[in-house]
Ligand binder design. Structure first.
Ligand code: NDP
Length: 305
């Protein structure tokens, strides 16, 4: 068996083309404000990538960068200014922040109507209650869209998620167990016992641990769909800069074991960015409902009435 690759780059490109048409119907293109703290290489890369894709779509970006030692008050004031700025449609606070508490306060300080990352407690609450009208976090939403694009059923199947973060694992578990996706969901984390046997029982495995080679060939049953969210930088002298990007799974070995597999890079990453753009377009469409020209949003599929 050789796994079919879930080509996030291709699916994301199709979604972005659809967004171009939606943007053309709006009175103005969206504007996203990005807030980044410190010089974490991954955060710089993520924001840079999102800004580049936004620019290509004609979406305006504003980027504010603060030093690692910035006071929480300064960040909350900046977010408050953006909340009341009518020109800004979406606000994104790039994780990670200096502490988990800091991150929680910053996420909660974003106006829920501009919370295109979907991390505000109000939007999280809507997701937990399967109520439409909020924003769904981009990586989980992108994973569902990728599964949908390859007609991979979730209904009644056992989805195992490795990772319980606010950004990936937790919202993904809510989406997959919703009355639209209907998966049976198990969430594992660093304190989980029997990780190996739980992973082996998965029909769909999503690894979002940020640990290279966490998922090895003998942990995965034949025919499993494997979604690798991990983006890990590992030393490799054969690559420019002496580092290469890899996911959480042993890709070459799993390629011959699973039915479907996401590559890293080119799998979940582009889907995350495309979903951010989609949420930003959605934010403007909500202001101008007469200009809406879109497919049913994913929450209509996940939260059927
Ligand atoms: P976090 O560090 O916030 O969360 C990692 C989760 O994995 C935690 O719940 C942790 O458990 C769990 N975990 C860590 N090690 C193990 C282990 N050995 N066994 C079982 N569980 C483990 O990371 P994020 O959720 O923010 O990101 C996860 C990965 O996904 C990273 O590589 C990140 O770069 C990548 N990422 C990729 C995106 C994309 O678009 N492709 C988007 C966002 C993230 P515990 O809670 O107990 O600590």
């Amino acid at each position: 068996m050789v796994a079919e690759l879930l080509d996030g780059k291709r699916v994301a490109a199709e979604i972005l083309e659809g967004l171009r048409r939606r943007i053309a119907c709006l009175p103005h293109p969206p504007c996203i404000a990005f807030l980044r703290i410190g010089e974490n290489a991954a955060s710089r890369f993520y924001v840079g990538r999102k800004v580049a894709v936004a620019k290509d779509l004609g979406i305006r970006s504003i980027v504010e960068v603060f030093p690692e030692q910035v006071a929480e008050k300064t960040i909350l004031e900046q977010l408050s200014r953006w909340n009341s700025d009518g020109e800004i449609d979406g606000i994104l606070v790039q994780a990670p922040l200096p502490s988990r508490e800091f991150q929680r306060s910053a996420f909660a300080a974003v106006d829920p109507a501009k919370d295109v990352d979907g991390f505000h407690p109000y939007n999280f609450g809507l997701l937990a209650q399967e109520r439409p009208g909020g924003f769904i976090p981009c990586t989980p939403k992108g994973i569902l869209r990728l599964l949908e694009a390859y007609a991979i059923p979730t209904d009644g199947r056992h989805a195992v998620i490795v990772g319980r973060s606010l950004i990936v694992g937790r919202p993904l578990s809510l989406l997959l167990q919703s009355h639209g996706a209907n998966a049976t969901v198990t969430v594992c984390h660093s304190r989980s016992q029997q990780l190996r046997s739980i992973v082996r029982s998965a029909d769909i495995l999503i690894s979002a641990a940020g640990q290279p080679n966490l998922i090895l060939e003998d942990m995965v049953a034949e025919g499993t769909t494997v979604v690798d969210v991990g983006q890990n930088s590992v030393p490799d002298e054969t690559f420019p800069g002496g580092h290469r990007l890899c996911g959480d799974v042993d890709f070459p070995a799993l390629r011959h074991r699973c039915s479907h597999l996401t590559p890293v890079p080119g799998g979940v990453g582009p889907m995350t960015v495309a979903m951010l753009m989609e949420n930003a377009v959605e934010a403007v469409e909500r202001k101008f409902p007469g200009n809406r020209r879109n497919d049913p949003p994913i929450e209509q599929k996940c939260f059927p009435s």
